[in-house]
Design a protein around this ligand. Structure first.
Ligand code: PLP
Length: 381
């Protein structure tokens, strides 16, 4: 299926709604039946029939079809947040007494789930440096049920070799889960490498307009069906129809948005990597990245997020740099229309990141304007 078909046609039964080009938001909680027999039939398979919006909703189904096709998986669940996708993915695959192997430096709430919540239910996690497959192998125990990946990680930009991890996991009958938010479904498709569950914070690239919090979880029919009829319906963290509609609209421009962000980012990386006031650039698609070759192999597009370390010993200079940027907003999140920074000095104590570390997300503003903004700010360092 080609990208244009997925984005503009797939799942859109326009005859069902007056041949409107843009689909309706089916803002309803429940669906009515004409006969007892039809209602009884619906109760037999809540995934197949429309009964209640906590389970199925036509607007959300349309989006789910598109996302599953983009991720090259059979099915998809659309959730009210990326954090919920992480929680359901992990929880659905383990029971008390099980063990998880997770990459070091995953998204903060994945870390919290595995270190603070799961141990209460007797599920333990070993964190490994995911840049070397031998570390995964060494961490596997007889009760390991899940390998949790995030490639690249969104603060440290460390990659995992998906082919190698998948081979190892399959050998031991372990389920693999990956947070693929960094790359978006256009930039990397872990299912092509055999990864079982691919999740995203749809808040980031997929919605891309900084106005919806949502998540997606993509996998085989078998895995999705199991999660759907248990954790998904029970946690009730489905996306609202209105959020799904906004994400369908956002998908129309996903390739354009990513192209713009990617091209600007490469120009900015080129500039920064030669700048004397910049000590180090952390970006998977730059040749200084220790896993540059793996990035080129696994990731289809150089994406819009990276970090730098400023060449200074002074915290004041870092603050001055951040506060003097005119076009970069200082805010969490990323993947939207607007360029952003997060300076590591703003983090709580205990962060391993150096004080001169700043994460950048490059939005849709003109590259020239962003470059000049950074240029001026660097003069103050
Ligand atoms: C933001 C983010 C999440 C969490 O998603 P929410 O939609 O905020 O719940 C998960 N993983 C990564 C990599 C993220 O950046």
């Amino acid at each position: 299926m080609d990208l244009s078909y997925i984005i503009n046609q797939l799942g859109e039964d326009r005859e069902e709604y007056f041949n409107a080009v843009s689909p309706p938001v089916i803002q309803t909680s429940n669906f009515a039946f004409r006969t007892v027999a039809e209602m009884a039939e619906a109760f037999t398979d809540e995934k197949k029939y429309r009964l209640y919006t906590r389970g199925n909703n036509p607007t959300t189904e349309m989006l789910a079809k598109k996302i599953a096709a983009l991720e090259k998986t059979e099915d998809c669940l659309v959730l009210s947040s990326g954090a919920s996708a992480i929680t359901l993915a992990v929880l659905s695959q383990v029971k008390a007494g099980d063990h998880v192997v997770c990459v070091m430096h995953p998204y903060s709430w994945a870390h919290h789930l595995l270190t603070e919540i799961m141990p209460r239910f007797n599920v333990e996690t070993t964190f490994v440096d995911g840049t070397d497959i031998r570390n995964f192998e060494a961490a596997i125990k007889p009760n390991t049920k899940v390998i949790y990946l995030e490639s690249p990680t969104t603060m440290y930009f460390e990659l995992q070799d998906l082919t190698a991890v998948n081979a190892l996991a399959k050998k031991h009958g372990i389920v693999t889960i990956i947070d693929n938010s960094y790359s978006s479904p256009l930039g990397q498709n872990p299912a092509e490498y055999g990864i079982d569950i691919v999740l995203h914070s749809a808040t980031k690239y997929i919605n891309g307009h900084s106005d919806v919090v949502a998540g997606v979880l993509c996998a085989s029919n078998e895995i999705i069906k199991k999660i759907y009829s248990s954790e998904f319906l029970n946690f009730g963290t489905v996306a609202a129809p209105w959020s799904s509609w906004l994400m369908i609209r956002a998908l129309r421009t996903l390739p354009l948005r990513i192209k713009q962000s990617s091209e600007s980012t490469q120009r900015i990386i080129e500039f920064l990597s030669h700048h004397p006031k910049v000590k180090k650039v952390h970006y998977p698609h730059h040749e200084s990245h220790p896993q540059y070759q793996l990035a080129k192999k696994q990731m289809k597009i150089p994406m819009g997020m990276f970090s730098i370390e400023l060449n200074t010993d002074s915290k004041e200079k870092v603050v001055q740099f951040c506060e003097s940027l005119k076009y970069f907003l200082m805010a969490v999140s990323w993947g939207g229309h607007e360029s952003l920074i997060i300076p590591a000095i703003a983090f709580r104590e205990g962060s391993e990141l150096p004080f001169n570390f700043i994460r950048f997300y490059i939005g849709l503003e003109e590259a020239e304007i962003l470059l000049n903004d950074i240029k001026s700010a660097l003069e103050l360092v």
